[in-house]
Design a protein around this ligand. Structure first.
Ligand SMILES: [Zn+2]
Length: 188
C-alpha cells in the first residue's frame, strides 16, 4: 500500500486502472484526482483508489496558539520548531503528527533582533502563534504572551526558573540565561 501524500488536484490514478473511491474524482481526461490533502490508498483487488484525509482534525489554522520544541537555529536567524501541541480554547491538546514550524527573523521578537540565540535556545519549549495557512507553518513570537515556556540550563541541564520577562535562572548552578519568556505561562 502506497503512503504517498497528495493535495487536491493531484493525479492518483487513471480510470482504466481504478475506480474512484472516497475523496477522488474523475476528470474529463480520464484521470483520477484527489479532492483533499491525504494519503493515497489503493485497493488493487477491487481496483479502487481513494484518499484518506490527512489528520484534518489536527491541521493548524491561522492564529492557533501552539507549543513546540526548538530543534535547530540555522545561522542563528531562523528557528526550526517541532510542534507538539496546540492550545484548544485554554486546554492543551497533544499533536502526534510530525509538524514543523518555522520562525523567520521578522517574527522573532520585534523584528529587529539579529540573533535568535539572544531570545531562545535549542531544546527550549516555546509558545507561539501560527501566521501561515499551510505547512510548513510560519510561527510568530511577537507578542508578550508568546515565548519560552520551559528551558534547561545550558551549563548543567537543570530546569531553569523564571527570573523576569527577559531572564531565566538556574537554581542549581546560578547561571542567568537571556530568554524571551512567555508572560502567559512558564513551566518550572
Ligand atoms: Zn545550571
Amino acid at each position: 500500500m502506497s503512503k504517498e501524500v497528495v493535495v487536491p488536484g493531484d493525479v492518483v490514478g487513471v480510470a482504466e486502472e481504478y475506480l474512484p473511491g472516497e475523496n477522488v474524482e474523475v476528470g474529463n481526461d480520464g484521470k483520477l484526482r484527489a479532492q483533499v490533502i491525504g494519503v493515497i490508498v489503493k485497493d488493487d483487488r477491487e481496483h479502487v483508489v481513494s484518499v484518506k484525509p490527512l489528520k484534518s482534525g489536527n491541521l493548524l489554522k491561522i492564529n492557533d496558539v501552539v507549543y513546540g520544541k526548538v530543534i535547530a537555529i540555522p545561522n542563528d536567524r531562523v528557528v526550526i520548531v517541532r510542534i507538539i501541541g496546540v492550545d484548544n480554547n485554554g486546554s492543551k491538546a497533544v499533536i502526534k503528527d510530525d509538524i514543523t514550524g518555522i520562525i523567520p527573523p521578522s517574527q522573532l521578537f520585534n523584528g529587529k533582533s539579529n540573533s535568535a540565540s539572544e531570545i531562545l535556545g535549542i531544546g527550549d519549549m516555546i509558545r507561539a502563534r501560527v501566521v501561515s495557512k499551510d505547512p510548513p507553518y510560519t510561527l510568530t513570537l511577537r507578542d508578550a504572551q508568546l515565548g519560552v515556556v520551559h528551558a534547561k540550563c545550558p551549563r548543567c541541564g537543570h530546569t531553569l526558573r523564571w527570573k523576569s520577562h527577559g531572564l531565566l535562572q538556574c537554581p542549581n548552578c546560578g547561571a542567568v540565561v537571556r530568554r524571551k519568556v512567555s508572560l502567559a505561562e512558564y513551566w518550572a
